[in-house]
Design a protein around this ligand. Sequence first.
Ligand code: PLP
Length: 401
Amino acid sequence: MPDGPPFRPSANIADLRESATIAASQRAKALKSAGREIIDLGAGEPDFDTPAVIREAAKAALDAGATRYTAIEGILALREAVAREANASWRGGAPITPAEVVVSTGSKQSLYNACMVLFGPGDEVLVPTPSWTSYFEMVGLARATAVEVHGDPARGFKVDPERLGRHATPRTRGLMLNSPSNPTGSVYSRDELRAILDLAASRGWWVISDEIYVRIAYGDPASGALAVAERRDHLVVVNGVAKAYAMTGWRVGWAIAPAPVAKAMTALQSHTTSNATTVAQHAALAALTLGEPVERAVREMVAEFRARRDAALPILKAGGLTVLPPEGAFYFYLKAPGAGSVPDAGSAFTLRLLEEFDVAVVPGAAFRTPDWFRISYAAERAQVVEACRRVVRAAASHPGA
Ligand SMILES: Cc1ncc(COP(=O)(O)O)c(C=O)c1O
């Protein structure tokens, strides 16, 4: 029998691009397994172990039988804990109830579910840029159009109502927010957040606020949208355990959304992944409810991120690099040598950095700003410092720099 026709991607994914951050880290892993000693500062993953008290709680939950399906939207105790935490900052009206919380397999799935239920063909969604690569793909998978709204580099690439308003059309239906931001490390102040939420409310836009880094801030605590919003009838707040508690592999995130939206997200999830892994939900519950032992671990991790930032930033600056001083998350965002004289200067530089200096980072093209590149400092301090020295050496000898 002749072979059937070759695989042709369906219209659903025809425009889908592989996650560029994952692609960069796979290339680094391939070089490592070929024997090269690569310093991998590509991944956005804390290098700490999940705090021991959380691991112990998960083992106990397993032994107590946490091995079966749960409600699609997650165990009640976890949704209650999320609602309790959210109500500690929400002042705008009736308290958030567990029925408005949907637990998913990582905040990535929460964001995807939210995009799928809120946006569709013909809709435009404003995405402050540079931005985490997956927003563009998620909005695209919902068959809506992601509209890049480039922030001002002099303001850490943050956007404001005036910039957002310039990109709005009658088809604008929503806005993605991310503070602290991946890749810039910028943090929106309460006033900046409030101004954007006010604009969205006045236009009837949906706001999806991705707050996965909200606990990792180096100045004042970073504010979430609920702390400043006056209303939340068009607000979906997404968070999870991955970054703050070093729990990337457990895959637990959640959305806090108005009840009809939460219901629609649950229905969507019921046909795709069902509940997040049961034992992982119990681990997340421990993270949110065990109190001081967990809080201490979070403080220690944030202090270590800060120490790395403070050790590496002066090296990058002294090397003459243009770098945004991060106020949160764990990334440096830097202008690539050669920017302005070659197209996609970030990719040219990061490729050379990997091949000649054995340092893996992510080109800014992944975040729709090809003149820039991102260094993650979620790695041992000595490695971060050594890698930054190499970045400076590579920059000094870079053609066109
Ligand atoms: C901005 C942002 N949002 C969401 C995620 C996904 O987190 P999770 O592991 O909870 O799916 C990431 C992970 O890199 C991220 O950087």
